[in-house]
Design a protein. Structure first.
Ligand SMILES: NC(=O)c1ccc[n+]([C@@H]2O[C@H](COP(=O)([O-])OP(=O)(O)OC[C@H]3O[C@@H](n4cnc5c(N)ncnc54)[C@H](OP(=O)(O)O)[C@@H]3O)[C@@H](O)[C@H]2O)c1
Length: 264
């Protein structure tokens, strides 16, 4: 057991990567507080996760619910050893036809929301604790899965911002020996891909095209990202600080390993 006696906060813990991470953390001995906006999936997640999970409805962009969340965490849950700032959204922001409000909302949820979560958590975080921010390979790679669709400039900017922000936070929090790292997933099978759905045949085509760009030839599973987050959260990573850990089947490191290039 790698997290015995540890307490973790996971934003966006009611779905996808956040939920898989909550499940793994609990298997490894942690108590986990999850957040999200959707009460139905929060309730279902806690039911599945069991007695060592607690859920709080909180929007990372809403200062009132954030204040309420951290008040409740302080009084009901206790001090934190781990914060996984994971909550995020994606949407098309094609250059030339994107509304300011759509662009800004993505930055607000993915980047500002992560910063304000970490800031609000500081009084509860123990010295020597671990913060993990959820980035994305899109920060290093550009367009992802967007062939035939508009681009994702706001999402890419938000995730590039996560990397710069993590480095700055790691410096700021060094006096408290708090480690700050980024997990950067590649294409991972989660509900995020169906929140703005393509027609089914286009979705299948896009999924295949993306897989062909991945050296390991397939999409990742949420559990595979969770294992990397567990590593960063645990004492196994006690000397790992201010890194961006790609969990992407080799896309960023070996872009020409994908089948699409092998057969060319
Ligand atoms: N799946 C991939 O291929 C992939 C690749 C790279 C990076 N990522 C990153 O991984 C993270 C998790 O995404 P996922 O793939 O697991 O997708 P997901 O299943 O859609 O999960 C997103 C989570 O974020 C929460 N969330 C969204 N907006 C929120 C807000 N304003 N306040 C609080 N919670 C909010 C959602 O809960 P509610 O809906 O209840 O609010 C949900 O729990 C994101 O940061 C995403 O950018 C995913």
């Amino acid at each position: 057991m790698k997290l015995t006696g540890k307490k973790a906060l996971i934003t966006g813990g009611n779905s996808g990567i956040g939920f898989a991470t909550a499940r793994l953390f609990i298997q490894e001995g942690a108590e986990v507080a999850i957040t999200g906006r959707d009460q139905t999936t929060l309730d279902a997640a806690v039911e599945e996760l069991g007695a060592n999970a607690v859920a709080y409805r909180a929007d990372v962009t809403d200062s009132t619910t954030r204040t309420d969340l951290f008040d409740k965490l302080g009084h009901q849950f206790g001090e934190l050893d781990i914060v996984f700032a994971n909550a995020g959204i994606s949407a098309r922001t094609p250059v030339g036809s994107t509304d300011e409000a759509i662009f800004e909302n993505i930055i607000r949820v993915n980047l500002t929301g992560a910063f304000l979560t970490v800031q609000a958590a500081l009084p509860l975080l123990k010295d020597g604790s671990s913060i993990i921010l959820n980035g994305s390979i899109i920060a290093s790679q550009g367009r992802i899965g967007s062939q035939g669709r508009g681009g994702h400039a706001a999402y890419a900017a938000s995730k590039a911002g996560i990397v710069g922000m993590a480095r700055s936070l790691a410096s700021d929090l060094a006096p408290r020996r708090i480690r700050v790292n980024v997990v950067a997933p590649g294409a991972t099978k989660t509900p995020i891909w169906s929140r703005n759905p393509l027609p089914p045949e286009q979705a299948d085509e896009m999924a295949k095209r993306l897989a062909a760009t991945i050296p390991l030839g397939r999409w990742g599973e949420a559990d595979e990202i969770a294992k990397a987050v567990l590593f960063l959260a645990s004492d196994d990573a006690s000397y790992v600080n201010s890194v961006e850990l790609f969990v992407d089947g080799g896309v960023v490191g070996s872009p020409y390993g994908g089948a699409v290039f092998q057969s060319a």
